[in-house]
Design a protein around this ligand. Structure first.
Ligand SMILES: Cc1ncc(COP(=O)(O)O)c(C=O)c1O
Length: 366
């Protein structure tokens, strides 16, 4: 067994897992449906009470005229950018070099829509107003991902968002929000979702990240934008005859967890504080601005996999099953706080941190 397999196996065996909402098993759907009347009619090709009620509820929550439920954010966002490009007659958009569309979607935007992205800002930094102002190319739409996941879930100042929004509005550039984790950042900004979305022409939110549903996304904006997005959803085969398992679970877990984001955020700050006390360990951001952060080790991935497997076996506490190498001497993992953290005994968490500190100190030359 290689080190990664043994880390995965050791993680599976742990009694407590500090991150997330628990194992992604069928129980999630069973729980969401437990009080649903079985005689309720399903949605059919984007129509029907179940889908229309949820779309209306989310449009209101996000402060937008209308909203459309999509099976995935990948589909919803490529469509959003396509609509804004068609409207301007210009197939150019701008976004961060590490945003989801650029690194996780097999170039769907380029291959399916022939849209050219301009990459703004250094990959390790957030997009600032100057990056937008300095851009030489004319673009149809700027996409901002909040929080910027691949750099630990960092967030710009709220004032920066306001300034970028004003600038784009003045220049006739549409502003789209990749709000896969929008609910998770509200406590940091101390704003409502509608206040943040008001800065953007269109917005996408996800229901399987901080919310912990099965899958699914909402795309929201003005009525003509959402009407067009429904046509594209059909073209993309996204109009599944019935989407109710996703919608009902999204709705159920939204109601359960949207108000818990502040608690997850506070817990993320506590846990990051503990990691930062360890030798050779630092978090990005140093103080989290949502429920997520990255844990960086000044040690090789292979060594950390051995250390963590040992700690999991000794304590029964799992931190992650997936370490990513950055260089020969550094690696990291991503951690998002959900329901599981509150169920993990805090003395045990402190013990894990103590062991981590000791074992990393034990590696020569760190
Ligand atoms: C920031 C961000 N945007 C978009 C997506 C795409 O969402 P989906 O998996 O629903 O296609 C993800 C998924 O991880 C994401 O993290």
């Amino acid at each position: 067994m290689n080190d990664n397999n043994s880390l995965v196996e050791a993680f599976k065996q742990t009694k407590y897992k500090v991150a997330g909402h628990g194992t992604r098993n069928i129980q999630i759907l069973k729980e969401a449906l437990k009080d649903i009347d079985g005689k309720q009619e399903s949605d059919v090709y984007g129509k029907g009470k179940i889908i229309e009620d949820f779309q209306e509820k989310m449009a209101k929550y996000l402060g937008k005229e209308a909203a459309v439920f999509f099976p995935s954010g990948t589909m919803a966002q490529q469509i959003a950018l396509r609509i804004w490009c068609d409207k301007k007659g210009l197939k150019k958009v701008a976004y961060h070099p590490l945003c989801h569309l650029e690194i996780h979607e097999e170039d769907g935007l380029k291959e399916l829509h022939q849209i050219e992205p301009i990459l703004l800002a250094d990959k390790n930094s957030l997009i600032q107003l100057e990056d937008v102002v300095r851009m030489e190319e004319n673009i149809a739409c700027l996409l901002l991902e909040l929080p910027q996941r691949e750099i630990g879930g960092q967030l710009p100042e709220y004032k920066t968002l306001e300034d970028i929004s004003t600038y784009c509005h003045e220049k006739g550039i549409k502003l789209h929000l990749d709000g896969a984790r929008l609910f998770e950042i509200l406590p940091y900004y101390e704003k409502s979702a509608a206040e943040i979305c008001d800065l953007f022409d269109s917005v996408y939110v996800s229901f399987y990240k901080g919310i912990g549903g099965i899958a699914g996304a909402i795309l929201a904006g003005n009525q003509s934008f959402t009407n067009e997005s429904k046509v594209w959803k059909r073209r993309h085969g996204g109009d599944l005859i019935s989407l109710y398992p996703y919608i009902l679970s999204a709705d159920y877990f939204f109601d359960q967890r949207v108000e818990k984001m502040k608690k997850y955020y506070e817990e993320a700050k506590d846990l990051a504080g503990l990691f930062n006390q360890c030798h050779g360990v630092s978090t990005q951001p140093s103080e989290p601005v949502s429920n997520m952060f990255h844990v960086h080790f000044a040690a090789p991935k292979e060594e950390m996999e051995v250390i963590l497997s040992g700690i999991y076996q000794e304590t029964g506490i799992g931190l992650t099953s997936n370490i990513k190498g950055i260089s020969k001497t550094t690696c990291y993992f991503e951690l998002s706080i959900g329901e599981m953290y509150a169920q993990t005994p805090k003395e045990e968490v402190k013990n894990v941190i103590h062991l981590l500190d000791q074992k990393i100190r034990g590696i020569s030359n760190i």
